[in-house]
Design a binder for this molecule. Structure first.
Ligand code: DAH
Length: 346
């Protein structure tokens, strides 16, 4: 038995010395230390030996097992070092090559514009709020003094949601303006109120260079005691100065929106022709960028605010036009085409 073990040891170590890859090493381990190895078998056959012999042979067999295990781990380390040394000669790794840059995403130019405008109003003390894009007829029209059959609904070609109430009316739509959020705020908040909301709005229109069926607006609402038209003008002048620069001229003119009285539109001097008149501004020298006005008392009343105690102004800015003006982009559809060559410029 002892001789057998000695022979086994010599054979095992000889073979181990010849191993030069990981597969061979593993098969050596299975052969000499695995469950079905010769060593395991001889350990099993110990049971048949007389007691004295069993003790000696058992001790030797266990020693051998430990010896083979440590030889294996030494061989493993040695092999790993040899393999690494070998690969140095053949591996094609040029550590002087520049690294591969990770592509970095960016915000869409419209999103950047929204952030910029929000920052300007937040600096003036406004709070940013949100409202749903799928909206009730009530907040989009009714609460804003635009009842069913009102002609103002005509210029807001509406995408209706195909859902009818018991009376057969379609009370749900894709909001046509973010003024719907201001209607919600009149109802939800108590004065003093200073909020803006930005987001997508929808109109059922064909697309062309200046129209798309989904675009962006920001609406603002201020409600407090003693709010006047002077506050409206001061706030919007300040916005224009901060967004377009100190020098840009601004003009207010009368306009009509059912939810304000009086209503105005604000235009900025055309930057392309410096007010001389060109194709971009339709030869007028001015470009309209927002609608505004003193909130109609009926709108406040509907929202539970007493118009005898509080007054209010509101405004709605078309966003898409602003980066178009700033960067001289002549087709609004470019913003929505997902062409990265275009979008990566901003
Ligand atoms: N909602 C109007 C539109 O889409 C713009 C507007 C005008 C908003 C006057 C206002 C406002 O809040 O006071 O044409």
């Amino acid at each position: 038995m002892l001789e057998q073990l000695e022979e086994l040891k010599l054979k095992a170590l000889r073979e181990l010395a010849g191993v030069d890859n990981n597969e061979e090493l593993e098969s050596w381990r299975v052969r000499y230390l695995g469950k079905k190895s010769e060593l395991t078998n001889s350990l099993r056959s110990l049971a048949t030996l007389p007691l004295e012999e069993r003790k000696i042979a058992g001790g030797r067999a266990n020693e051998l097992k430990a010896e083979l295990e440590s030889a294996l781990s030494a061989a493993k380390t040695g092999l790993a070092a040899r393999l690494e040394e070998k690969s140095k000669g053949t591996e094609q790794l040029d550590i002087t090559l520049p690294g591969r840059p990770w592509p970095i995403g960016r915000l869409h130019p419209i999103t950047q514009t929204i952030h910029e405008i929000c920052q300007i109003f937040v600096a003036m003390g406004f709070q940013v709020v949100e409202g749903p894009e799928v909206e009730w007829d009530y907040y989009n029209f009714e609460a804003l003094n635009i009842p069913a059959e009102h002609p103002a609904r005509d210029n807001m070609s509406t995408f209706w949601v195909d859902y009818r109430n018991e009376a057969g009316q379609r009370p749900m739509l894709l909001r046509t303006h973010t003024t719907s959020v201001s209607a919600r705020m009149v109802e939800a908040l108590k004065p003093p109120i200073r909020v803006i909301s930005a987001g997508k709005v929808y109109r059922y229109e064909a697309s062309d260079a200046t129209h798309v069926p989904m675009f962006h607006q920001i609406d603002g609402l201020v409600v407090d005691s003693r709010i006047t038209m002077a506050d409206l003008k001061g706030t919007l002048y300040e916005f224009a100065r901060r967004f377009f620069g100190e020098e840009r001229k601004v003009r207010f003119r009368c306009d009509y929106f059912p939810f304000v009285e009086p209503g105005v539109e604000m235009a900025i001097e055309c930057a392309v022709c410096a007010g001389q008149g060109c194709r971009l501004c339709g030869n007028s020298g001015w470009i309209e960028i927002l609608g505004a006005g003193m909130t109609h008392p009926r709108v406040l009343e509907r929202g539970g605010i007493d118009p005898k105690v509080y007054t209010s102004f509101a405004f709605g800015i078309g966003i898409d036009r602003l980066p178009m003006l700033r960067y001289g982009i002549d087709d609004v559809r470019l913003f929505y085409g997902s062409d990265l060559r275009f979008l990566r410029q901003f």
